[in-house]
Write a protein that binds this ligand. Structure first.
Ligand code: ZN
Length: 407
């Protein structure tokens, strides 16, 4: 990909993505295979006045080794310096950029059972820090074309051609091939208008129905808004948490969903793919799951904690989205979630609550904003998906018809 286009894309991430403030620290998490793009991105952050850019490098192959050779006890440990780092992050509130270039199958040989146990143990220590930082800093997830990922998406191409094609697909769907900043200003305006319409309806339920058997009723939170595109941190700094982003989403009432929902795309979870599955809800909690591939991983996922069995997000994405129309299956949640209506199991979004700065964590819990160590999107959109909204007074409003917006 041309270096000028990549520079513009890096600028989009630094400026519209996290909106780096003069004097602010920036922490980038990236995979070891992306030194070049990280360098370009770091430069853009410095040009916006970043005080310091810190990079946390990750490497799936090392994580696989860790999961095989480290004892569970050693994996579960949180060292003093790790705690100090979390405290530092709470004090300094760096802007955080997550670059995703990973092989969708990169962790398939890992000991998923040990990784799950590690996550549970470490979450107990991390939870208060996560809550203390909630909504207080800017963050952004964006994608970079990794070689293994490109070969997974374009298996019949040579590596270099596959990478080029994946770059094109990333930049096209991220509205970053030409004039990215202008595109995102216009895109955010459209998304915010859609939110305004939905928020004016005062919906109490969403009822999902599709030819594949999906029939699910989800209760929404009276205090919650629909959000989309750019958001504001508690400091009033505007940022775009996802590039690309096509979804309009809200946080539903935890423990208030009934029915069954079928997945329409594979789900990439902890570096492995869960395929052709359904999730059944009773009294708001998952009571049954089935998957043709990696059922064990799906079961493990919903048993991570109590909140993992309840919904934390309802997101609306038209079937005719740019990502879906590209015809490419990305095997990556950032893209697949923005190509399809989806739900998430696990943590809800407290910033969907109107005047969220006025409430404590306890008040969010009491309201029904779900808490969990996981937040996993799974895709349910299809050509035949109908969504009917039911208002507080019982009136019905067609929200989606045949997979696309009806409002
Ligand atoms: Zn989402």
């Amino acid at each position: 990909m041309k270096s000028k286009i990549l520079r513009e894309y890096a600028k989009l991430i630094a400026q519209k993505g996290v909106n780096v403030q003069p004097g602010q620290e920036v922490w980038i998490t990236a995979s070891l295979d992306q030194p070049k793009f990280v360098e370009v991105l770091a430069k853009e952050c410095y040009q916006l006045g970043a005080k310091k850019v810190v990079v946390d490098w990750t490497h799936d192959k090392l994580s696989v080794l860790d999961s095989k050779f480290m004892s569970q006890e050693a994996m579960n440990e949180t060292a003093d310096w790790e705690v100090a780092k979390m405290k530092y992050q709470c004090d300094v509130l760096p802007a955080r950029i997550y670059l995703d270039s990973d092989d969708p199958d990169g962790m398939k040989d890992a000991r998923q059972d040990k990784i799950a146990a590690q996550r549970i143990a470490k979450y107990a220590i991390r939870k208060p820090y996560i809550e203390a930082m909630d909504n207080k800093y800017q963050w952004c997830i964006a994608a970079v074309a990794g070689k293994e990922w490109a070969k997974k998406v374009f298996p019949n191409e040579r590596v270099s051609a596959a990478v080029e094609k994946l770059w094109e697909a990333i930049l096209y769907t991220s509205r970053a091939l030409t004039t990215p900043i202008e595109n995102w200003n216009a895109h955010n305006k459209n998304l915010h208008e859609k939110c305004d319409i939905l928020n004016s309806l005062n919906l109490k339920y969403l009822h999902y129905k599709s030819d594949n058997g999906t029939d699910l009723k989800v209760e929404l939170l009276e205090q919650a808004n629909f959000l989309a595109g750019s958001e504001k941190s508690l400091q009033g700094i505007e940022f775009n948490p996802n590039i690309p982003s096509e979804e309009v989403f809200t946080t539903p009432k935890a423990g208030a969903a009934e029915g069954i929902v079928y997945s329409t795309k594979p789900l990439s979870y902890q570096g492995a793919l869960i395929e052709n599955f359904y999730v059944k809800f009773k009294d708001g909690k998952v009571c049954e799951v089935f998957a043709e591939k990696n059922q064990d991983l799906l079961s493990q996922m919903i048993n991570m904690d109590d909140g993992a069995k309840m919904l934390g997000e309802c997101a609306l994405v038209p079937f005719d989205s740019p990502i879906n129309n590209s015809g490419i299956l990305f095997y990556n949640t950032l893209f697949d979630e923005n190509a399809s209506c989806h739900l998430a199991l696990g943590r809800g979004f407290s910033n969907c609550i109107k005047d969220f700065d006025k409430y404590s964590q306890q008040e969010f819990d009491d309201m029904g904003v779900n808490t969990s160590m996981i937040h996993v999107d799974f895709m349910i959109g299809s050509k035949s998906l109908d969504i009917v909204g039911i208002t507080k007074d019982g009136a019905k409003v067609q929200i989606f018809k045949n997979g696309n917006w009806a409002i």
